[in-house]
Each structure stands twice: as structure tokens, then as C-alpha cells.
Ligand binder design. Structure first.
Ligand SMILES: CCCCC/C=C\C/C=C\C/C=C/C(=O)SCCNC(=O)CCNC(=O)[C@H](O)C(C)(C)COP(=O)(O)OP(=O)(O)OC[C@H]1O[C@@H](n2cnc3c(N)ncnc32)[C@H](O)[C@@H]1OP(=O)(O)O
Length: 260
């Protein structure tokens, strides 16, 4: 039984809706990652499901990204386990044979943006409070190569380089202009817009669409698959550095003080 991920049958045949519900901010904790992987595996094996709309149960925060508390003050074995789970989620999402449509109904930084970038299409609610992007450099860390590759595959090299160096979080109109999202709609129309685009994608025969998706994505997937263990070791080495730990602690404190 999953607590942090809700899967519902969609209103249209063949469509499931996967909702994030990990309060307070839908951070990708280890438990959340594991529940997501299990939910995605079940959906992948369900022949009746052809498409999945991915969204947050409560509007406001789509996903707050990776859980910073999983990357601060822990031991190397924990960092390795956590990173393997992050890799696994990305591999499941990016290689999914289903049509994935992200209905972005809230803040979507870093790991949240990455999850949405694995989808085939992104619709974002037109709310200026919501932003999306790979903001790692603002935290004093760097987006790993496969985060970078996923962004490059979406927006192209120049736009990705600029967004990554600056760690830009784009509001909806800017995100559309750069191409991080494909469509921006009034908030109350988000779910219907996602279902409408899903219907267009499902009009294509599955086998042709799936083979095309694999052809487009395989080179990027292979890069990680062939060096998964080395990527884990790089992550553990980097995240364990005192300077990185200090940067993450400072960022977390700033988030906590924001309220005070
Ligand atoms: C191969 C080798 C390469 C190695 C490179 C090394 C490192 C790179 C590794 C990983 C890449 C990292 C990816 C990430 O995803 S990092 C996370 C990025 N996320 C963010 O920057 C978002 C931060 N959060 C926010 O901006 C806001 O919280 C929000 C999501 C916009 C919501 O705002 P709101 O005002 O509604 O809530 P609060 O800010 O008050 O937060 C409430 C509560 O939640 C805590 N929290 C927020 N975000 C996170 C998070 N990502 N992880 C853990 N906890 C989080 C926040 O601190 C508050 O806690 P409190 O205790 O005060 O209640």
C-alpha cells in the first residue's frame, strides 16, 4: 500500500493519473522514490494503461525536488542507496513505454523539474508563484550529467547551458518560451488540458510511438546505464565533501528561516 503516491483510473479509457502526496512539500525522500518506482512498475505492467498523467494531489507544489535531508549529515552507505533510488526513478520514467503527461500544478525545482522532463509532454498551470528549472547551482551543487542531458534533449544545448549555469527557475510564460514546458494554461483548466493532449498522443499506434521514443532516448539512457556504479561513487564523493555539506545546510537553514 502506497502512502506517498496515489494512482487513480483517469476519466478516459486507458489513462491513469499518478498523484504525488508527500507533505509538506512533496520532497523526493527515499521512501517516496521507492513508492514511485513500485507504482510505475505496476503501471508499466498493466496492459490496460496506455498513458499516465502525473501531477500533485494538492496544487501549490508539484515536487520540491530531491529531499535535502537525505543528502545532509548521513553516511556514505545512505548516500549510495539514495542515489541508486534517484537513478532508478529516472530510468523508469525516461524509459516508460506509456505516454507520460506532466500536469505541473505547483513549484517544480531541480529533481521535480527532472521528473517532469522525463515526460513526453508538460502542461503547466499559469500561476506566477509556480516556477520550474534545474536550480542546483543556486544550492552550490551541480546537476549530474544525466540531469543535464535530459534538459539538453528538451531545450537544446545553448538554452540548457544558460539555465544550468544560472540555476534559473522559470515562471510559466518564460518556461514556455524556453521550451521547458510545452503548454501553459489557466490553472482551472490544467487537468482537462492534460487529458486533451493525452488523447492526441494516444491516437498514435502504441508500437510506432514506443519504438520512436526508445530510438530518441536510448543514447541518453545508455550513458547512465553503462556507468551507474561510477555515477553513484561520484555522487557519494561529492556530497560527502565538507564544502558541499555546508552549502546544503546553509540552504536548508535559509528555507527554515523564511517562515520566522
Ligand atoms: C554524479 C555526481 C554529481 C554529484 C553532484 C552533487 C550533487 C547534486 C545532487 C543532486 C541534485 C539535486 C537535486 C535536487 O532536487 S536538490 C533540491 C532542490 N529543491 C529546492 O531547491 C526547493 C527548495 N524548497 C523550496 O523552494 C520551497 O520549500 C518550496 C518547494 C517552493 C515550497 O515553499 P513553501 O513556502 O510552501 O514551503 P517551505 O519553504 O516553508 O518548506 C516547508 C518545509 O519543507 C522543507 N523543504 C522544502 N524543500 C525541501 C527539500 N527539497 N528537501 C527537504 N526539505 C525541504 C523546508 O525546509 C520546510 O521545513 P521545516 O522544517 O521548516 O518545516
Amino acid at each position: 500500500m502506497s502512502h506517498r503516491v496515489l494512482v487513480e483510473a483517469g476519466p478516459a479509457a486507458g489513462v491513469a493519473v499518478l498523484k504525488f502526496r508527500n507533505p509538506p512539500v512533496n520532497a523526493l525522500s527515499l521512501e517516496m522514490l521507492m513508492e514511485l518506482v513500485i507504482s510505475l512498475e505496476k503501471l508499466e505492467n498493466d496492459k490496460a494503461v496506455r498513458g499516465i498523467v502525473i501531477t500533485a494531489e494538492n496544487p501549490g507544489i508539484f515536487l520540491a525536488g530531491l529531499d535535502l535531508t537525505e543528502m545532509c549529515g548521513r553516511n556514505p552507505a545512505h548516500y549510495a542507496k539514495y542515489w541508486e533510488a534517484v537513478q532508478e526513478l529516472w530510468l523508469r520514467l525516461y524509459q516508460s513505454s506509456k505516454v507520460l503527461v506532466a500536469a505541473i500544478n505547483g513549484a517544480c525545482p531541480a529533481g521535480g523539474c527532472l521528473a517532469s522532463l522525463t515526460c513526453d509532454y508538460r502542461v503547466m498551470a499559469d500561476n506566477p508563484k509556480y516556477t520550474i528549472g534545474l536550480n542546483e547551482t543556486q544550492l552550490g551543487i551541480i546537476a549530474p550529467f544525466w540531469f543535464k542531458d535530459t534538459l539538453v534533449n528538451t531545450v537544446g544545448h545553448r538554452a540548457a547551458e544558460q539555465a544550468l549555469q544560472l540555476g534559473t527557475l522559470f515562471p510559466p510564460a518564460k518556461a514556455l518560451q524556453v521550451g521547458i514546458v510545452d503548454q501553459v494554461v489557466p490553472e482551472e483548466q490544467l487537468q482537462s488540458a492534460a487529458l486533451s493532449v493525452m488523447a492526441q498522443w494516444l491516437a498514435i499506434p502504441d508500437h510506432a510511438r514506443q519504438l520512436t521514443k526508445t530510438m530518441m532516448r536510448k543514447p541518453t539512457v545508455d550513458q547512465l546505464v553503462k556507468q551507474r556504479e561510477a555515477d553513484i561513487q561520484s555522487f557519494v564523493g561529492l556530497i560527502s565533501q565538507d564544502s558541499i555539506q555546508r552549502a546544503l545546510q546553509t540552504y536548508l537553514q535559509k528555507l527554515r528561516q523564511k517562515k520566522g
